[in-house]
Ligand binder design. Structure first.
Ligand SMILES: NC(=O)c1ccc[n+]([C@@H]2O[C@H](COP(=O)([O-])OP(=O)(O)OC[C@H]3O[C@@H](n4cnc5c(N)ncnc54)[C@H](OP(=O)(O)O)[C@@H]3O)[C@@H](O)[C@H]2O)c1
Length: 172
């Protein structure tokens, strides 16, 4: 059974998105994202999938949560996952059952807000880029302040120019 990890960049107010894309331009954080997720299966919501151009990120099997995209498609087509193909799950339970019987050691939840909210209770590791400053936007990561030190413990912290990467591991 794989572990679920979550990777997100949010500002001091937990803002993560603006009009379907990111509120900031941070090439260094995109490099960190690429390095951290390379080779690992990624699970994302349909809106985030559209925000990255409706195609998989290179080198990472792509799984998309969407009732809309799954409607009317035969299961075997949806589960085909060749290069440039992606798999659609019509519910989080379908996704979890699929991953629990897969060979993956780790699945990375890459957003957005709706998807983070659904999977936060299943995650063992949080990789948070805390972006310095306050930005304008419309989509927020769920408030997890009450989980820190009760369910998650800080395991590492790395500083960059415009953000800090905080990694938390589940303790209960
Ligand atoms: N800063 C960051 O680290 C970061 C990371 C990722 C995304 N973002 C930003 O976050 C924003 C998008 O987030 P979002 O919350 O609006 O959308 P999202 O989570 O990316 O996608 C939402 C969609 O996922 C599907 N979905 C949600 N729950 C489902 C369920 N239980 N079963 C089946 N499908 C389900 C639905 O698709 P259907 O409508 O097709 O059924 C829903 O409309 C964008 O601005 C993006 O740039 C930021």
């Amino acid at each position: 059974m794989p572990e679920f990890s979550l990777i997100v960049a949010h500002d001091k107010n937990n803002l993560i998105g603006n009009k379907g894309s990111l509120p900031w331009k941070l090439p260094e954080d995109l490099r960190h994202f690429k390095q951290t997720t390379m080779g690992k299966p990624l699970l994302m919501g349909r809106k985030t999938f559209e925000s990255i151009g409706s195609k998989p990120l290179p080198g990472r099997p792509c799984y998309v949560l969407s009732k809309k995209l799954s409607a009317g498609r035969p299961l075997k087509n949806r589960l085909a996952n060749k290069e440039n193909a992606f798999t659609v799950f019509e519910s989080e339970t379908e996704a979890i059952s699929y991953f629990n019987t897969s060979d993956y050691d780790e699945v990375v939840i890459v957003g957005g807000a709706e998807t983070y909210k659904l999977f936060l209770p299943h995650c063992n590791r949080l990789i948070i880029s805390l972006v310095y400053g306050e930005f304008t936007g419309d989509t927020y990561f769920p408030d997890y302040s009450n989980l820190l030190n009760t369910s998650f413990k800080l395991s590492s912290s790395t500083s960059y120019n415009d953000f800090q990467v905080l990694e938390y591991k589940r303790i209960s």
